[in-house]
Design a protein around this ligand. Sequence first.
Ligand code: MF3
Ligand code: CO
Length: 288
Amino acid sequence: MISRNDLCWCGSGKKWKKCHYPNAPDLAALNKQYKAKYGIFIKTPEQIEGIKAACLVTAEILDALCRHAKAGITTLELDELSRKLHKEKGATPAPLGYGSPPYPKTICTSLNEVICHGIPDQRPLQTGDILNIDVSCILDGYFGDCSRMVAIGPVSEDKKRVMDASLECLNQSIKVCRPGNFVYQIGDVIEEVAKKYGCSVVNQFVGHGVGLQFHEPPEIPHHYNDLKIAFVPGMTFTIEPMINAGKREGVIDEKDGWTVRTKDGKPSAQWEHTILITQSGPEILTAF
Ligand code: MF3
Ligand code: CO
């Protein structure tokens, strides 16, 4: 629960006791203000129910895919399984046909030095690989988005380190997501955790609002930034830190227009959740 000395839920930057106290957050007023100021949709209780359902299906599909990610299976086969699971659950894969050039598959599978947006292909997974599987679903018009890492057997020290770092970056940054705090604090936490592991934080790609659309405002940077947007109940967004074992720079594949690899060829890892801000703090909607 918000306390009198916390910053007001309205985003004024003043203490609650000097601002809207004792009023609890007024959804209609907030909705208007956040839309006008930032383009952010504060979700209604009805929309939140829809987004929760979409996120649950997204998390279930991701979990099933991760359980199948073993040495010998190709990422194309994981994509085929993903198509089948989406169909079974009455969901649409958001990545398919998304963007320009249109994304060709239903999931992203980012291996080893691939930072993000890896495209499923015929290469079988091998012992020593690390793989990020990223699933984004549309269910009844609402969106969910999450990703996880899988290690295929024992992996190198660098790969282990970057996987652990990215998971801790996600978990620690979720903790600061509550009314009274600001979006830039996510980047502060992630940079600090990454530094502790001797890793770098990718700044070319960011988390994002999600729920009514695949990518909505605001951007959620994982690196140091000064986005002084206050968290308010009803905000839904992703945090998806991309953490590199070496330098932070990434290069987009010129041929496919999507695959992003580390410039130095060192491994990269990413974990992602969709988060809802409630009066009492963060709720992870894609937890399984
Ligand atoms: N979680 C990723 C993102 O938000 C999913 C990318 S799907 C793609 O960017 F189609 F854009 F590649
Ligand atoms: Co995302």
